[in-house]
Write a protein that binds this ligand. Structure first.
Ligand SMILES: [Zn+2]
Ligand SMILES: [Zn+2]
Ligand SMILES: [Zn+2]
Ligand SMILES: [Zn+2]
Length: 338
């Protein structure tokens, strides 16, 4: 980012980057620090997830079954009288509206499950990739939320790229800005335009790591490195009894990531939620994370200039005091049995 213009307005010390995405998105995302006091974030912007090293993500046409796509469709799948095979995951009805928003019923169910999960929403691994403990003190799995998935059309589908069931894969469209927050929370993001409820805000993009790689990374990070909030891709761990190490994955946007790495997390009254999205492969060790605008309080839309914060399941690890094992085990604060 050093090559971009940094504007120091006279006597006001404003730092401004016109586009942190290096031109890799359809929209520009600026960065503003109107105090001029904060060190600019050091990271590499990537528009799509990428494997760091050992993660087993096998994207191939062969893995998409004929009945798992809609090769006979044309144009826009959302205009069909009878929804095609790509709506099966969401009960024979597409999760998106023709206006490109997430349907209210689907969104409400995701919010309820995230904020007030019930005991039956959790699955428990026989051998947990996260809650391992030590050889002498093995730990039991504390459970993983079984999440609702959206399934988008993909390469084997006959519809076109403007099909209403292709949203996350078409990338960022909202006008967003990274800015220095007032409340000492560091960098955050805000919208520069009004966004309706159910609007796709961005994908959570980072390096695809195995949990073992993340653990190593956190163990060896230098104390001045602020680690961003990692996302465990555990939404479907319940369907397999034992996960191989290279299939227990997470996304880490600390060194390589997109705008989502700047989203702050809060436990209550958040105006964003994350929802798993299957795009390339039905194999759900790997999937995409769609960050969604939710209805916050009485407001049905986020108005321009409003700070956007993601509903958290765990606690932020970037503050002091967390050990590296806490960092790995930080999910599921809202677990009903705890
Ligand atoms: Zn389609
Ligand atoms: Zn279709
Ligand atoms: Zn587990
Ligand atoms: Zn399709």
């Amino acid at each position: 980012m050093a090559q971009q213009a940094i504007v120091h307005a006279e006597n006001s010390y404003v730092q401004f980057l016109s586009d942190i995405t290096k031109g890799s998105e359809k929209v520009v995302i600026s960065l503003l620090d109107d105090t001029g006091s904060e060190e600019l974030p050091k990271f590499n912007y990537i528009p799509n997830n990428i494997i760091y090293q050992n993660a087993n993500v096998n994207i191939s046409l062969d893995r998409v079954a004929d009945e798992g796509c809609c090769s006979d469709c044309l144009g826009n799948c959302l205009s069909l009288t009878f929804p095609c095979a790509c709506s099966q995951e969401t009960g024979g009805e597409f999760a998106y509206t023709r206006e490109g928003l997430l349907k209210e019923k689907f969104l409400e169910a995701c919010i309820a499950m995230k904020i007030k999960p019930q005991p039956y929403h959790f699955v428990y691994c026989q051998e947990c990739p996260i809650y391992k403990g030590s050889e002498h003190m093995p730990e039991e799995c504390k459970g993983h939320l079984v999440r609702k998935f959206i399934k988008e059309c993909w390469r084997k589908c006959g519809c076109d790229m403007q099909c209403g069931n292709r949203v996350v894969q078409r990338g960022l469209r909202c006008k967003l800005q990274v800015f220095l927050t007032q409340e000492g929370k560091g960098w955050g993001i805000r919208t520069l335009e009004d966004l309706p409820k159910g609007c796709f805000v961005c994908e959570y993009v980072g390096e695809i790591l195995t949990n073992a790689e993340l653990y190593e990374r956190v163990l060896h990070k230098s104390s001045k490195d602020r680690h961003t909030y990692p996302v465990t891709l555990d939404a479907d761990w319940g369907s397999e009894r034992v996960l191989k190490d290279d299939e227990a994955l997470c996304l880490d946007a600390t060194y390589n990531g997109n705008i989502a790495r700047f989203i702050n997390h809060r436990c209550f009254d958040a105006n964003l939620i994350d929802i798993p999205v299957e795009v390339e492969i039905p194999d759900r060790h790997y999937y995409h994370i769609r960050v969604e605008q939710v209805w916050n309080g009485m407001k049905r839309r986020i108005i321009a200039e409003q700070v956007m914060e993601l509903s958290a399941e765990g606690r932020d690890v970037s503050g002091g005091g967390s050990s590296s094992s806490d960092f790995i085990q930080m999910t599921h604060l809202s677990h009903p049995n705890q």
